[in-house]
Design a protein around this ligand. Structure first.
Ligand SMILES: *Cc1c(COP(=O)(O)O)cnc(C)c1O
Length: 477
């Protein structure tokens, strides 16, 4: 059977729409293991061609048999994972169908232009300096790599060293200053860029996870020469936001570059009601975030912003090969702002999301997620044996049940296997906690209420078992 292209795509589209229709009610966590999925999807490399629709149906079965996590559904509160706006999914389908190599304008004028427009809209929305340059790498981790490469260029150029040409081996040493609560991707980027993870000055954090500004002063007093400071907006556990305006003022007195990890926290800038939380953000030198978390576009799309476009460009595509067209004014080439060459037009879903939501629509997603986070806090506080461990300033809450890790661990495990909702665990100030992250446009107040009810029932059940007399020791009877 040799089906036409339209039939194959319609078949897959139908299956995708069925998946989305069932998303709110499907078992939230995965239930299938690697063995089952290996059996279903694996076997030896087929010798002969098979029917494309049969292949697609196998994916349908992988979803039906619990191999897919409903992380874009309304009651997934693990990690920090956004949902997907329908228009962003649709634009992602178009991106694939068009199959533009969006690296250079000549290979895809429409996608390169949409990216150029989206870049400008994002600078406006997030309140960053007007001449900021923008790149669309795969995620926030690669946004860190890009921004810190620009920072490396800038601070070494100021010391008279051309790092792209002469490398790092004999370069003047660079002081890297990071917060105690930095995300692991900052360390990853530092490793990739040749700085090493031990070669950092660590500034202690306060109880909420914010970098202590007075300690930064002491650390910087010992840093002579090229220096880069990494601050954070949105601690992955508590959502806490470093005072980036103050950090920037202090760092700039020492001629240091300030990079901000704003993976999700930077999006507070897009809400008039929350903008005060990130006051002074525009005084930093570079910012890394992504669109696949809080803007709710499909994976993947990172975003990097650099207030010094010349440093940004110098750190990326430095010279053009003969077969690449020279840059034409007005025609922005996406490759100039990211580490990749050939690349998917991942900015198209971002353009579509911004074009459709508008300024107020984006603010509404951010505000609703934060309101639902506060709703979690208020409702959970009324349950017995629940402690809230952080100031829920944004979309992150840490919860502990009773006063021992065992009860908390049991509640998390039972909620994960229950299928109504999903939460992960973390360690916060030395104790186990359940993480709540509200990042999806789909989550409604009634999803929060239903989830809290489930938490209450689970807690009561677990406490019931926990307080039952222990079973007699085996072997003694
Ligand atoms: C998720 C996250 C990252 C990494 O982002 P990716 O897009 O997954 O690469 C970095 N920092 C923080 C604070 C995050 O929450």
């Amino acid at each position: 059977m040799n089906l036409g292209e339209r039939e194959i795509l319609a078949h897959a589209a139908g299956q995708a729409m069925d998946y989305l229709a069932g998303l709110p009610e499907r078992h939230v966590g995965a239930t299938a293991g690697a063995d089952e999925l290996m059996k279903l999807l694996g076997g030896p490399l087929p010798e002969q061609p098979a029917s494309p629709t049969e292949t697609i149906d196998l994916l349908g079965r992988a979803a039906a048999e619990g191999g897919v996590v409903a992380s874009s559904g309304p009651r997934y509160f693990g990690y920090v994972v956004g949902g997907t706006l329908p228009v962003a999914i649709a634009a992602d389908w178009i991106t694939t169908a068009w199959d533009q190599n969006s690296g250079i304008f000549d290979l895809g004028p429409a996608v390169a232009t949409a990216e150029h427009i989206a870049a400008g809209w994002l600078i406006d929305l997030l309140g960053l300096p007007a001449d900021t340059s923008v790149g669309f790498p795969t995620g926030c981790a690669m946004a860190h790599v890009t921004a810190l490469a620009a920072a490396r260029h800038h601070v070494l150029a100021a010391a008279g060293w051309d790092v792209e040409r002469r490398g790092l081996q004999s370069a003047p040493p660079i002081h890297i200053v990071v917060g105690e609560q930095r995300h692991l991707t900052i360390d990853l980027a530092l490793r990739y860029l040749g700085f090493g993870t031990d070669q950092v000055h660590v500034v202690p954090a306060d109880g909420e996870g914010r970098l202590r500004v007075e300690e930064l002063e002491h650390v910087l007093a010992d840093c002579h020469g090229p220096t880069i400071v990494c601050a954070q907006m949105g601690d992955v556990n508590s959502g806490a936001i470093d005072p980036v305006g103050d950090i920037s003022d202090i760092a700039h007195r020492h001629s240091a570059w300030v990079h901000v990890d704003g993976a999700f926290g930077l999006w507070a800038a897009a809400s008039p009601a929350l903008r005060h939380l990130v006051a002074g953000v525009e005084r930093a030198d570079s910012w890394a975030t992504d669109a696949h978390k809080w803007l709710n576009v499909p994976y993947d799309c990172g975003l990097v912003f650099v207030a010094h476009p010349q440093a940004h460009q110098a750190a990326m595509l430095h010279t053009r090969a003969d077969y690449l067209p020279a840059g034409v004014p007005g025609e922005r080439d996406p490759i100039e702002w990211v580490p990749e060459l050939s690349r998917r037009a991942r900015s198209l879903p971002v353009w579509a999301a911004l074009r459709t939501l508008g300024r107020t629509g984006v603010a509404d997603i951010i505000d609703r997620c934060c309101a639902n986070t506060r709703r979690f806090v208020t409702k959970l506080e009324s349950l017995p044996q629940v402690q809230i461990l952080n100031d829920a300033v944004l979309n992150q809450v840490l919860v502990r049940f009773g006063d021992d890790d065992t009860l908390t661990r049991k509640v998390i495990t039972q909620l994960q296997t229950g299928g109504v909702c999903w939460f992960g665990a973390t360690t916060w100030h030395g104790v186990l906690a359940m993480r709540i992250s509200v990042t999806s446009w789909r989550t409604t107040e009634s999803d929060v209420d239903r989830t809290v009810e489930e938490i209450g029932k689970t807690l009561a059940r677990v406490r019931g078992t926990a307080s039952a007399p222990p079973p007699p020791a085996t072997g003694s009877a």
